[in-house]
Design a binder for this molecule. Structure first.
Ligand code: GRF
Length: 224
């Protein structure tokens, strides 16, 4: 079933650091592969590289410092207010290192994506590369999922895999995975922007077809 294409969808990206995934999405938009615009980049940390990237591309950027808020609810309320000033169709978490309150997450149900550096549901949380090596996994990867209140537990949209080599370290594996992230996240963003990717009551769908549990394997897919 065809879906209505969003009318020039707008995106707000939340970051805490380097913003290399933000950059990959900016590049996808500027190359004409993603029919959307980023209307704001918000960081909870000052002075991070992701803010420099936003500025360089003429994107409004903000620091909303969590240490200046009394508690998580107070911070998330301020964050929601700032995001909603931009009335986005999509919120992208790109290395935003904050646990979000349930009410914040529910407010953006079906319109907030996250990328996680593991083949979810394996290795939720931090230090995923180290844990994958320690667990003697032979493959590892990254996942894009819709955000729900369970940390790194929302319905998986798609994954890309890499083989773990015998001599891989946490650092070499991180580099390999980031390369995959920079393909996977722009692809998922494009699908959402085109109205092809939805979160329905029976899970995520692509072009009206329910995505299998565990997500699509897009390891060898660079275009969709
Ligand atoms: C990525 O590895 C992503 O999987 C995780 O945080 C990291 C962000 O990196 N959620 P960057 O800021 O996009 O470079």
């Amino acid at each position: 079933m065809p879906h209505k294409q969003l009318d020039s969808p707008s995106i707000v990206v939340l970051i805490s650091g380097s913003g290399s995934n933000l950059q990959a999405i900016i590049d996808g938009i500027e190359a004409g592969n993603i029919a959307a615009k980023i209307t704001a980049v918000i960081s909870n940390k000052q002075g991070v590289q992701g803010l420099v990237r936003a500025e360089k591309h003429g994107i409004a950027n903000y620091v909303l410092d969590h240490t200046k808020h009394t508690d998580r609810e107070d911070y998330d309320q301020a964050l929601k207010n700032l995001i909603d000033q931009h009335n986005p169709d999509l919120i992208i978490l790109a290395g935003f290192m904050r646990i979000l309150t349930d009410s914040f997450v529910q407010h953006y149900h079906g319109k907030m994506l996250n990328i996680h550096p593991s083949l979810l549901p394996k290795f939720k949380g931090l230090h995923t590369h180290r844990r994958a090596i320690e667990a003697k996994e032979t493959e590892h990867g990254c996942s894009v999922h819709f955000v729900t209140p369970e940390l790194d537990g929302g319905p998986i949209i798609a994954q890309r895999k890499v083989a773990i080599a015998k001599d891989d370290t946490e650092t070499t594996l991180a580099t390999k995975i980031q390369k995959e992230e920079h393909v996977l996240y722009p692809l998922c963003t494009k699908l959402f922007a085109e109205g092809r990717l939805l979160l329905t009551n029976s899970g995520p769908t692509l072009d009206g077809i329910t995505i299998i549990e565990g997500g699509l394997d897009l390891t060898d897919t660079n275009e969709l």
